[in-house]
Design a protein around this ligand. Structure first.
Ligand code: SF4
Ligand code: SF4
Length: 385
């Protein structure tokens, strides 16, 4: 394999050369916590990629599995003492593998689905009204605020319910907003799996559709959509004509303005731990807005996981791990849930991927812990002013 083939890895060569091989990055890696193979650790991944660039290794199945056995959670970025963005290196490696046609079959198959149907669930656009939502009847054609729903909310019943709860909150607050009639995937799965061409295609499509509505603010409840819209789209198409917000930021804004007040609620006394989704927390720096919302709900007592905010453990559902190694994804979730179960607290999150992976793990390992999305809590606190 000639060096010229790795055109993305060459761009992060300095990071690869800087690595001290010290292993500090393993300290908070959810994969290394479950599997002790060095090739699956962040340091192992760095050494494998450096070897590939220096023509000291072959693209074997073990190399490919190593790169895709990762949630791209970013904990290694946080703990690397050399200040290397390990996830930038891993993303470059995935791009090269994908472009060389060497990504795992499960990855290629998901991308094929995405390209053909425009969503991760392989449903058709006609299925967008699968839950009986009628955009033409319920939303104006244009508005200052647009709610970008994302594949999970469009096609999966659990995140769909969460999004409907967000809609209800906005409606109760008399917020004028619209949605896209023909929304496609935001491109986050393609981005995480290494397919930049498909990411760009979705970006260009969604940006042009959003612009048609005249929205100056776009809000989403999915941290994956949020990160891609906020951080990746501007790199692909330049400065956006609209601001991108996560719904927790918007609701925290309303709390600050005195517009959203929870007066009383159906919650007597509920102790919760807030789980920071990697895409929202570590990758986008949103830690306080969800906490502000939870703390403002009477009857809810917010406590913290041992590892929280920028040190938060991953739920296991990121980086495409649920596609490449679903068992490992569930195992990682179990570790997180176990802590909450031992502390006898409910887990609250603000991410559909976390919610689904936690729920799958809870069922698989027969755990008792309560898993709530933040909008469910708000829904229980149903008396808004
Ligand atoms: S991104 Fe997360 S799972 Fe992947 S190597 Fe780094 S710490 Fe481990
Ligand atoms: S902590 Fe940083 S320098 Fe040390 S092995 Fe990991 S990536 Fe390399």
């Amino acid at each position: 394999m000639s060096e010229i083939s790795f055109k993305n890895l060459i761009q992060v060569k300095e990071s690869l050369d800087t690595c001290f091989k010290c292993s500090f990055c393993k300290g908070n890696c959810p994969v290394s916590e479950q599997i002790f193979w060095e090739t699956l650790s962040p340091r192992g991944k760095m050494l494998i990629l450096r070897g590939l660039l220096r023509e000291q290794g072959d693209l074997t199945k073990r190399v490919i599995d190593s790169l895709y056995t990762c949630t791209l959670c970013g904990n290694c970025d946080n703990t690397c003492i050399a200040g290397i963005s390990v996830t930038d290196v891993l993303a470059a490696g995935r791009r090269d593998l994908y472009e060389l046609g060497k990504a795992p079959e499960s990855v290629k198959s998901l991308i094929k689905t995405l390209k053909a149907s425009g969503n991760v669930f392989d449903l058709s656009k006609e299925d967008l009204d699968i839950f009986g939502l009628n955009p033409d009847k319920e939303f104006p054609k244009s508005a200052d605020l647009l709610f970008f729903k994302g594949c999970y909310a469009n096609y999966h019943s659990i995140p769909h319910k969460s999004t409907m709860r967000s809609f209800n909150i906005l409606k109760k607050l008399n917020v004028d907003f619209t949605i896209l009639r023909d929304e496609e995937c935001c491109g986050s799965p393609a981005y995480l799996l290494g397919d930049m061409d498909t990411t760009r295609r979705f970006c260009e499509y969604n940006v042009s559709k959003i612009e048609e509505t005249g929205a100056c603010r776009v809000v989403t409840a999915c941290p994956g959509c949020y990160r891609v819209l906020k951080q990746v789209y501007p790199k692909l198409v330049g400065k956006l004509n609209f601001e991108v917000l996560h719904i927790t930021e918007l609701l925290a804004e309303y709390i600050d303005a005195g517009r959203l007040v929870f007066k009383k609620n159906g919650i007597d006394k509920l102790n919760v731990l807030y789980h920071d989704p990697c895409e929202l927390g570590r990758h986008c720096g949103i830690y306080e807005a969800p906490r502000k919302i939870i703390e403002s709900i009477p009857g809810v007592n917010l406590e913290e996981f041992d590892k929280n905010r920028d040190e938060a453990k991953c739920c296991g559902g990121g980086g495409g791990l649920t596609i490449s190694n679903p068992n490992l994804a569930n195992q990682i979730a179990q570790t997180r849930l176990q802590e909450a179960e031992e502390k006898n607290k409910a887990v609250v999150t603000a991410c559909p991927a976390c919610q689904l992976n936690f729920s799958a793990s809870k069922d698989k390992y027969n755990l008792k812990v309560k898993i709530l999305d933040i909008y469910q809590l708000i829904d229980h606190a149903n008396d808004l002013r």
